[in-house]
Design a binder for this molecule. Structure first.
Ligand code: MLT
Ligand code: ZN
Length: 488
């Protein structure tokens, strides 16, 4: 940005911008917030890890108001930080120290249409995932995305991070499910890509640019998404296994034997379960007795309960007969199934309660995925003993490991033991340093571990084309130097 270095001029300009924003939003104090207290929940992320000092927080109600905000920020050369439910894990939606304008989408929470015939819904970006789910459920459909943060995360944020979640195995990534978008561009123009067509091969698929761009290319204001029929019968089973190799072997058998009804295949290790049991009230060991090294949650979703449960039963007997699982439990009813899911879904909440946590969200070759966890344990053991816990869990069916290092407090010595080691490891495996959480602020400078210089330069060129003033969520996703090089 080209902000003046003179502090008093800059303050005057800031004040003028805030006044102009207030006018644009109808002089509503509640929608242009400037006090520390009123901005607090937007200034810090869910984990209390990333904190900024925004100039103000704006809460637009319409696309027109978003346009006005963006136009003013462009005029004043002031950066914008789009924010949804603020549940991200990489600091992508939290402001920095740079006196930014946060654009919080929570007041744009209208569901615009639900179309049963076409199997799709349209909504504003600030609609909470669970609210959209309830709306389409009442019409027998489901949102093809489910994640632990569903009660708070917003559709615009999900799209902007290309959130993966628990049922990507079944429905694929949002890149396939999102049918249309409305985006406010960095110059304040509206790009109307709101279609609900399944097929549309007219030129480049521009909406893909904004999916997973974390608000660095434009601000998503509306979403059209496909909503498949909700499954009529859902079964959940949890298994205890002795090795990671067996979890992988069982995945192959699940694909083979459960076929089209397999809807989730998630794993966690004993360390993760112990943390959940210690931190979350009301949770119980699903397989009391001898602790197992690994646990896998398998879910089936289909349309004929009898058929689905017969499939699950035959799968169970196969994996038992072959000695792949030690023991297992099938969800008796909805409540029990929910309790089983909770053990996996709420690991990240348990980690938050446990203290400081270093989070890594990586894609690795499935069979070797867990080696990273054991390698890190070996690195930590001699230096830190049991004060540092290394946990592995995640979306095994998608080749996505969540590696988490939990300790009492953030400590540079611990971080140095993890980084760049983890990134180099993932690079050497030709994996991804961000499978589903995005790069945000945390990993913008590390993108080169997963993308070569040409790809990064092309991304920076695209950023320069769409956001020549560099006001859209700066310092997120792309390295500062790459953006600067594209601008010069
Ligand atoms: C999950 O799968 O639980 C989420 O991505 C959150 C996390 O990684 O902790
Ligand atoms: Zn995840």
């Amino acid at each position: 940005t080209t902000r003046t270095s003179d502090a008093s001029t800059s303050r005057t300009t800031d004040d003028a911008l805030v006044r102009a924003l207030a006018r644009a939003l109808g002089g509503d104090d509640a929608r242009v917030r400037t006090t520390d207290a009123a901005m607090e929940k937007y200034a810090v992320d869910w984990q209390n890890k990333y904190r900024g000092r925004p100039l103000c927080v704006t809460l637009p109600r319409t696309t027109e108001e978003v346009r006005a905000i963006v136009r003013l920020c462009a005029e004043y050369r002031t950066p914008i930080v789009p924010q949804g439910g603020n549940t991200g894990l990489v600091g992508g939606a939290t402001p920095t120290e740079a006196r930014e304008v946060v654009v919080c989408m929570e007041r744009m929470n209208g569901i615009l249409s639900v179309d049963e015939d076409a199997g799709c819904a349209t909504c504003e970006a600030g609609v909470v995932l669970e609210d959209l789910e309830s709306a389409v459920r009442s019409r027998g459909m489901t949102v093809p995305l489910d994640l632990g943060a569903k009660g708070k995360c917003q559709m615009g944020g999900c799209v902007s991070t290309n959130a993966g979640g628990l049922r990507l195995l079944r429905y694929g990534s949002l890149r396939g499910s999102v049918l249309g978008l409305e985006v406010v561009l960095a110059n304040g123009e509206v790009l109307d890509l709101m279609r609900t067509l399944r097929k549309d091969n007219t030129g480049y698929d521009l909406k893909q640019l904004f999916i997973g761009a974390e608000g660095t290319l434009g601000l998503v204001t509306k979403v059209a998404i496909s909503t498949p029929r909700a499954p009529l019968s859902v079964h959940v089973a949890l298994f205890g296994l002795e090795s990671f190799a067996k979890c992988v072997e069982m995945l192959k058998l699940a694909r083979e034997n459960l076929g089209e009804v397999l809807s989730a295949y998630e794993f966690f290790d004993r360390e993760s379960l112990e943390l959940v049991l210690a931190q979350l009230k009301g949770t119980r060991d699903p397989l009391p007795g001898k602790p197992r090294a690994f646990y896998v949650v398998v879910e089936t979703s289909g349309s004929v309960a009898k058929h689905d449960s017969a499939k699950l039963k035959s799968f169970l007997s196969i994996v038992r007969r072959r000695g792949i699982v030690v023991d297992g439990v099938v969800g008796r009813d909805e409540k029990h199934a929910f309790a089983l899911w909770t053990l996996r879904e709420r690991i990240s909440v348990a980690l938050k309660y446990a203290g400081a946590v270093y989070k890594y969200d990586v894609s690795l070759p499935t069979a070797r995925m867990y080696n990273l966890v054991t390698t890190l344990r070996e690195r930590f053991e001699p230096k830190f003993g049991s004060s540092v816990k290394v946990l592995g869990y995640g979306h095994l069916g998608d080749g996505n490991l969540h590696l988490n290092i939990s300790c009492a407090e953030y400590d540079d010595a611990i971080e140095r033991a993890i980084e760049p080691f983890v990134y180099e490891y993932v690079r050497d495996e030709r994996g991804s340093i961000s499978a589903e959480h995005g790069l945000g602020l945390m990993k913008a400078e590390e993108i080169h571990y997963s993308k070569d210089a040409k790809a990064v330069a092309l991304m920076a060129t695209m950023k320069q084309t769409l956001d020549p003033l560099g006001i859209m969520n700066p310092r997120k996703v792309l390295p500062v130097a790459a953006v600067r090089a594209a601008a010069s």
